[in-house]
Design a protein around this ligand. Sequence first.
Ligand code: ADP
Ligand code: MG
Length: 486
Amino acid sequence: MKQEIIDTYELVVGLEVHAQLSTKTKAFSPDANAYGEDPNTNISVITLAHPGTLPKSNGKALEYSIKMGLACGCEITRYNIYDRKNYFYPDLPKGFQITQDKAPICVGGFFDVENNEGKASRIRLNRIHMEEDAGKSIHLEGAAYTMVDLNRAGVPLIEIVTEPDIRYAEEAIQVMEQVRRLVRYLEVSDGNMEEGSLRCDANVSVRKIGDTELGRKVEVKNMNSMRNVQKAIEHERIRQIKMLEAGEEIISETRTFNPDTGKTYSMRTKEELNDYRYFPEPDLPPIIVSDEMLARISSEMPPLPKALFEKFTKEYKLPAYDAGVLTDQKEVALYFEEICSHTKNFKAASNWLMTTIKSYLNDSGKEITDFELEAGKIAQLIALVDDAKVSNTTATGTLFKALISEPDKEPEELAKSLNLIQESNDGFIVPIIDEVLARFPDKVAAYKKGKKNLIGLFMGEVMKAGKGKVDPKKANELIRKQLEKA
Ligand code: ADP
Ligand code: MG
C-alpha cells in the first residue's frame, strides 16, 4: 500500500498491562507465589476452590498496588471492593476471577512518553486494579489432551489500563518500559516478560486523521516481549488500514499475535464473548485504605526514576543520555549516587559506571549488586586521574583490574606498589623525550619545516616509552619545548 494513503490514518492504542506481584503468598490463599516449581505443588483447597473454602485477601498485594498507584500519580481509592468476573476456563477452578470492576484501587495517573520524532505526549491511565491470575493450560504438540498447572492460579496481579492516548507503537513500548522499570524500582514485581510476570494486551484501532470519533478496536493478546508488542501493533495498523481502504468493516474481536509469522490471527469475536456478570464478591469484606496506611506507604516509597533523572540532569548537569542509562535500574542509580557522595566530578562518575564498570559486569556476568568495589573506591580512582597521578587509561585498565582482585586495597597505595603513578616532573620526562627525538631525526626535521601534526607521533612514542607513567599534559608541553631546542 502507498505510504501517502497510510499517512492519512492515525493509530490509536490503549494498553492493558498485567504485572504479577511478587508477594510471598497468593492473593487470597496462603499458597506460595513461586515461579518455576513442579506443577501443581502450590495448590491448597482454596486455590482448588473446594466447596466451603473462603478467600482471605493479602495485605501485601494491596500495599504493592498502592505503591504502583502512587508512583504513577494515581488517586488511591479508600473504600475498595472486589468483584467476581464470571467465566469458565479449565485453569480457573472457581469458575470466576476475583477482580475489581467498579472501584479499582488506583484511578487516573499517567506516563510521559516521546515518539520517534521526539514529540512529547502524556498517556493517561484509566485505572490500576487488583485481581488474581489463572493457572496455565499446557497444550503439548500432538497430544490429545491438555495439561493444567494450577500453581499460577490465584497469584496476585495488577492490571494497568491506559486511555486510548497512544498514537505510535514506539509510545506503547515506552509505556511498557516505564511500567517494567517502576515495578522493579518499587520491588513489587520482577517485571520479567519472558516468564510472564509482565504481560500486555494491546487494543488497536485506526482512524482518518482529523476524525474525532475513535475507530472500532481489536484487542491483541499473548505478547511476551517488547519487540512482539511493537510488531503486533505495526502489523495490526497496516491490516486495519488495508481493510478500511478496501471498504471492509473492522470487527471488534480478540486476536493473537504469532511471533513466527509476525501477524495477528482472530481468536474470538466480541459476539462470542461471555457476559461476565460482574457482581461484588460476597466472600471478601470491603478493604479500607486508612490515612495512616497511605501515609506509611508514601513514606516508604523509594526514589523513583523520574526524580532521579531530574536530579542527574539538573543538579549534576549530566547529559540526558547518561541520566537515562543511569536511572534505568534502581541499583545502578543508587550506586551512582554513592559515588557522587564522594566526588564532585559527576561526569567522570557517569563515565566510569556507563563504560568501565558496565563492561566489566557484562563480561563477568555480574549485576551491580555483585560488584566488588565500594563506590568510594571509584571516587578515589577519579581523584587519582583528576590529580594527574594516574592516567585515565591506566586507571580504567590496569589499576581497575588490580583493584578488583584486591578490593580492600587503597587505590593510591595499589597504584604506587604497581609503579603506576604518573611522573610529571621534567627530570623523568625530558630524557624519555630526548631519546624519542633522537630516534626520529627526519621527523624532527619535518616538524621544524612546518609539519606540526607530527606532534601526535612524538606523543605516542613518548607515552609508549614511558610505559603509561608519563603525565600526557606535561609531556605534550615538554615535547614542544624540546622540539624548539632540537
Ligand atoms: P472494553 O469494554 O472493550 O474492554 P474498554 O473501554 O474497557 O473496552 O477499554 C479497554 C482498553 O481498550 C483500554 O486500554 C482503552 O484505552 C482501549 N480502547 C478503548 N477504545 C479504543 C479504541 N477505539 N482504539 C484503541 N484502543 C481503545
Ligand atoms: Mg474493559
